[in-house]
Design a protein around this ligand. Structure first.
Ligand code: NAD
Length: 249
């Protein structure tokens, strides 16, 4: 299985969280508790959300997303767990049931009470009228369908992610500082379960010591090469199967 973080989307023009550059310091996250407590905080959170979204709405999947999608298509990757909220794995053509979004999805909103889905254009109209959106069905607080700091993790997604981790025969962690918990607990679980942990990242992560293999490099380059090697391995396996069936040429 593959586990991805913000680093897989930097090639698409979406900055990550911790690399130097400071983009996110302008949009310091508003914690969940504050969002729930105050209408002013909700309005500000929504405004920051749209400021970020408008800047990156045109982003399209990059080489890393394409490589992961290809590994899924060829049956090498059964499941993608992502911390990203940009929806680019879905956009790269991977079926929704193979993607587990443990920090939610920033392409729509949800009511925190009845969980009804709301579209962002509808929420934008409320914000334009200086009111934080409330659910049309039950009057509950509506929030982008992402998980904020301090917000409980989605139970089903985390249970699915843990099951996929325990089932994996290899855990490929790509483009994550592996510093955000509980998400980073998944590669720890894999390593403790004696599943080989492979980390692909530009810089050192806190979990490199647990990994069977660490590749420090650009995700687009490394994963494109992995796809190439997978192709070569498949054709060697195909040739040897054929010669076993037909005897030596
Ligand atoms: P992070 O910013 O903590 O770590 C990203 C890592 O990727 C860094 O170690 C960086 O060196 C590496 N990296 C960046 N570009 C790379 C490249 N092209 N090749 C190789 N390595 C590269 O990100 P995280 O661990 O995912 O945690 C950040 C949190 O913020 C997550 O919870 C995520 O939900 C959220 N976030 C999401 C997005 C998104 O959806 N695209 C963007 C920013 C933050």
């Amino acid at each position: 299985m593959a586990f991805t973080g913000a680093g897989i989307s930097t090639e698409c023009g979406i900055p990550d969280f911790r690399s130097p550059g400071g983009f996110w310091t302008q949009y310091k996250p508003i914690e969940f508790g504050e969002f729930m407590r105050s209408e002013a905080a909700r309005l500000e959170a929504w405004r920051r959300f749209f400021a970020i979204r408008d800047r990156f709405a045109g982003a399209v999947p990059g080489r890393g997303h394409a490589a992961v999608a290809e590994l899924v298509r060829r049956g090498h990757v059964a499941c993608v767990i992502t911390q990203n909220i940009d929806g680019l794995h879905r956009q790269s053509g991977i079926a929704a049931e193979r993607i587990i979004e443990i920090h939610g999805n920033g392409t729509y909103a949800r009511c925190l009470t009845c969980e009804r889905r709301h579209e962002l254009d509808w929420a934008r109209a409320a914000i334009a009228a200086a009111a934080a959106p409330l659910c049309e069905a039950c009057g509950g607080i509506v929030k982008p369908a992402t998980i904020s700091f301090g917000q409980p993790m989605p139970e089903q997604a985390m249970a699915d992610a843990r099951a996929a981790t325990l089932n994996a025969d290899l855990f490929l962690a790509v483009g994550s500082s592996l510093a955000v918990f509980p998400a980073a607990g998944l590669p720890v679980t894999a390593a403790h379960n004696r599943t080989p942990l492979v980390i692909v990242n530009r810089e050192v992560t806190g979990l490199d010591g647990l990994a069977a293999l660490v590749i420090h490099g650009e995700i687009g380059d490394v994963l494109s090469r992995v796809v190439e090697l997978a192709g070569q391995t498949e054709s060697i396996a195909g040739r040897s199967q054929k010669s076993r069936r037909h005897g030596p040429a």
